[in-house]
Write a protein that binds this ligand. Sequence first.
Ligand SMILES: N[C@H](CCC[C@H](N)C(=O)O)C(=O)O
Length: 262
Amino acid sequence: MKCTFYKYQGTGNDFIIIDNRQQLISKNDTKNVARLCDRKFGIGADGLMLLENPEDVEDDFKMVYYNADGNKSSMCGNGGRCLVAFAQKLGLIDDKATFTAIDGKHYATVKNEIVTLQMQDVNNIEVYASHLFLNTGSPHHISMVSDVASVDVFKEGRAIRRGAPYFEEGTNVNFVQQLAPDFFKVRTYERGVEDETLSCGTGVTAVALAMHAIKKTALNTINVNTPGGDLSVSFAKDTDGTYKDVILSGPATFVFKGEIVW
Ligand SMILES: N[C@H](CCC[C@H](N)C(=O)O)C(=O)O
């Protein structure tokens, strides 16, 4: 069997994308997904996405996302942005998209490789003495640090990801340093990749909302630098404290395409 794959990256968070509207790929083949994402034995990627036919008539397509370990996962912000860019390349959309992912409906716009993606509303941010925890479609633990460059993200992130109260289910772990009222630097250990990635969209979104919630910033548009580039997050806060109109924005770029033969 043959199938064309596309490689995309969004601020260095990289993905294999397959147009699965013809149902070429079986959705339970985790071993195959892990092999394709392997950087030595496969194509190499932080995750794999299938673009599928929409189930809702309002939608342009459906997003199915797997982590590099082959397991189907929760929402991926950078992956979602790349999938929108891919849908435009296929001619499925013009400059706007509506799609459903595992966490619900998303609206997006795309212009000159900049994709803005609406994320889910967030109404629960847990604030602890040494960290914060919230879910922006995926779970995120956030630790503030004074010098993010000197953090051993692999070692410290891995310990938190596997430790209490997360254990096997796990969480993604973000380390954040504030550089200016509206500017933060973030590094993320990603569950399912089990390593630091160059950027994590749901993580960056979580950091922006968390920093606003604990009053590190009063601004509603936050710029975030990751090792793979810059993203921005804008949002509004409802009177009941819910963060809504949460928009993640940044580049999503086609890298190459190829053929999988098996
Ligand atoms: N890279 C992703 C996060 C993937 C989520 C995944 N690592 C998990 O929670 O299992 C992003 O841009 O949001």
